[in-house]
Design a protein around this ligand. Sequence first.
Ligand SMILES: Cc1ncc(COP(=O)(O)O)c(C=O)c1O
Length: 352
Amino acid sequence: MNTYANARSVQAEQGHYIDLRSDTVSTPVMAMRQAMADAVVGDDVYGDDPTANHLQDRMADMLGKEAGLFVSSGTMSNLIAMLVHCQRGDEIITGRDYHVYCDEAGGASIVGGMIFDPLDPADDGALEASDILAAVKPDDIHCPISRLLCLENTWHGAAIPLDRIKASAAAGRTSGMNIHLDGARFFNAVIALGISPADLAGVADTVSVCLSKGLGAPAGSILCGSEQFIKKALRVRKYLGGGMRQIGILAAAGLYALDHHIDRLPEDHARASDLAQFLSTLPGLSVRTATNMVFLSLATGSAEHLADTLADQGVVITPGGAETRLVMHVNIDDAALDRIKSAFKHWHEKQN
Ligand SMILES: Cc1ncc(COP(=O)(O)O)c(C=O)c1O
């Protein structure tokens, strides 16, 4: 049985399990579900869904952009952004381990005929301005046109400092590129850096913010940019099949998240630090944190054995190669944190 299925059987015995694989696994809290049930809805393809319209306007206002568009996922949001910014054969410069390059199935190349030039990020996740300038292609018929710089914040949980991401964006702009920011965990970055949403969004022409990660909604992302950009994005969303009808039910979850789940993100960051502190007292583990994520590496023993032992205790993780990631989210409260610590203690005792 895999660890997840194993933990499901523990769930059946104990009533519930704790899932640390990602913040995407979080399930909507009861009050969010109620807000969804109460949502006033309409056909969004006609532009008639008042709740979706309200969420789009609100997110755009928060980010200091002219307009926003609800889309089904972070992947679709980034894809639409790339398709609007670029023509077939244009080049996108981004990070070698950034999500748009590694984890979105090459959508921009498949659907849009774009090519990527991936750069190695610095240790803090930023793309160095000098590397960007060196990667920009000359005005030469042999080369693609470097059209878009795709940045990411947070990056593997790490909040890239504002001055660093501004320097990357400035290099992109000097070279005539547009800037898109993949802000799947945008508010984790904003909270960790102690800046305003508009400060971070201001580095880019367009920003994608996910509702279904740290913000705890069941689905959806908002793509923000200029009115003209969002008008084009609407058409692209349509041809990708992403026009949905009574999405106010999902948008209501997003509005609930803006009202209640941004202010609680520091709790996730604090629990990640607390857990890391605890784990660093167990011999054989090295630990680091980045906003709501804890990364651990094992000096001895296998990550698979750790995952199996934790699963027996009702705690689900994905064993990593070099590092295993544990992610805090809206369903992890202090009682859950205590259970996680007990499960690790149990694993540690079994090791010795
Ligand atoms: C940095 C980043 N960007 C984009 C995405 C894509 O989001 P989705 O899973 O909603 O497509 C993810 C998903 O985890 C992500 O971590």
